[in-house]
Design a protein around this ligand. Structure first.
Ligand code: GLN
Length: 448
């Protein structure tokens, strides 16, 4: 009731929710109370939360931030939704996001931009694409939320709103029922205030799912048990490429302060080199649009989604439905993706990008022979204002310059709150070895 009231009084200003499921939430809270009374409550029983509107929720509108799905009601729950429900959480609603998760500021949403609670008057963006998920938590409209991260969409918005955002290893959480953007990069993860909360939520989200062929059948460790391990002797790699031009002074100072905290706890900071890091953004902007163009082919106006009126042929129906249903950024990605996959260009762009992706993964493999985890900035600086980067897609794409490499290599990565620059939050990023979510959660918990 508290959170529903907060949503009622504050979400007009933030626009963090697309759909609020008040009645269902109250019923779920009652059920949780009964479970608690019966003595079989788990750690998440009755905890309210919000799901990014990219996760299918049975009987509840699931829009993916698009006009294309504005009236789509999902016929089933995504696996992570089902697992969290089984753990007893109470869903408050579905959060705003960039259309089909394409964006870094939540400005591509069909449902309007979201404001960052750290700068409502200054019109600061919350980051994206999980902009509604972070604004809801940072604004006190949900204790935690889910997000998805294809190139930074959990970590970048978490950094800009002073939250903890974790992108798990590719294959750790099921993608079943999570609307696909770029299938080889997409991962679901928790958005929370602290690393300890992230451990609890990840525990409920993670695990093998036979319904997702890329989900990995590996045991899920006890994330909470790992939080308190001492850091003495731990080796943290600092890629020198992360400190190159572009990083603003405030973000650099926050990173240096974090390094000092770790040194004081007995960790060793090792300078490393990742020579192919600078290729991550261009590689991503071939691979992700290519996969997106294929995934978004299903929105044809026939099976589901927006259907244009008055088309007089099948081709006209496709063209008009897609022209009306998709926003400009989504159309741009579909065109780029179709181009790089087309005969004659496939080898020069898509195949080349796949090769460079391997080089980037090799950089990580080499680094992890030397260090236990990698540390660096999450973003180049704090939140910018609405409209600042909308005219320049490349400036917008550079938001993810530090986050994208972990997606290309499939590695777990986390952004943790690292202080304020002129009153605006910045984050520090930790990247772990494959399936070592416990290791980076431990590091983040010891920092906090
Ligand atoms: N900002 C990046 C993009 O627009 C990443 C988005 C994401 O992680 N979903 O593609």
């Amino acid at each position: 009731e508290h959170y529903l009231r907060r949503i009622e009084s504050h979400d007009q200003a933030l626009n963090s929710y697309i759909t609020v499921t008040a009645e269902q939430a109250l019923a779920a809270a009652d059920a949780a109370d009964q479970q608690r009374a019966a003595g079989d409550a788990g750690v998440l029983t009755g905890v309210p939360m919000a799901h990014k509107d990219i996760f299918c929720t049975q009987g509840v509108r699931t829009t993916c931030g698009s006009k294309m799905l504005a009236n789509f009601t999902a016929p089933y729950d995504a696996t992570v939704v089902r697992q969290l429900a089984a753990a007893g959480v109470v869903m408050l609603g579905k959060t705003n996001m960039d259309e089909f998760a394409m964006g870094s500021s939540n400005e591509t949403s069909h449902f309007g931009p979201v404001k960052n609670p750290w700068g409502v008057e200054a019109n600061l963006v919350p980051g994206g694409s999980s902009g509604g998920s972070v604004a809801a938590v940072a604004g006190g409209l949900a204790p935690f939320s889910t997000g998805t991260d294809t190139g930074g969409s959990i970590r970048q918005p978490a950094a800009l709103t002073n939250l903890t955002g974790l992108k798990p290893t590719y294959g750790r959480c099921s993608r079943y029922g999570m609307i696909a953007f770029a299938s080889s990069l997409d991962q679901a993860g928790p958005i929370t205030r602290t690393a300890a909360d992230a451990a609890l939520v990840l525990q409920a989200m993670a695990g093998f799912d036979p319904a997702d062929s890329t989900s990995v059948d590996a045991p899920v460790p006890d994330y909470r048990a790992a939080l308190d391990a001492p850091l003495a002797g731990r080796k943290l790699g600092l890629p020198k490429e992360f400190l190159a031009e572009g990083l603003d002074d405030g973000a650099r100072a926050a990173l240096e302060a974090a390094l000092e905290v770790y040194r004081q706890q007995g960790a060793e900071i090792v300078e490393i080199s990742m020579p192919n890091m600078h290729l991550s953004v261009p590689t991503y902007y071939v691979v992700a649009p290519a996969e997106a163009s294929s995934n978004l082919a299903r929105y044809d106006g026939v099976r589901y989604g927006h259907r244009a009126e008055g088309a007089d042929s099948l081709e006209a129906l496709y063209k008009r439905s897609r022209g009306e249903g998709f926003g400009r950024e989504v159309q741009r990605r579909i065109m780029v993706g179709t181009y790089v996959l087309s005969a004659g260009y496939y080898d020069a762009y898509y195949l080349k990008a796949q090769q460079v992706r391997h080089l980037i993964a090799d950089d990580f493999a080499r680094a992890f022979e030397q260090v236990d985890a990698i540390i660096g900035p999450t973003t180049q600086g704090p939140a910018f204002a609405l409209g600042d980067k909308t005219d320049d897609p490349v400036a917008m794409y550079l938001n993810d310059i530090y986050t994208i490499a972990a997606n290309l290599a499939g590695l777990p990565a986390l952004s943790m709150p690292a202080g304020l620059v002129d009153g605006k939050p910045v984050g520090v990023q930790l990247i772990g070895k494959a399936f070592d979510e416990a290791g980076i959660l431990n590091l983040a918990h010891q920092f906090q």
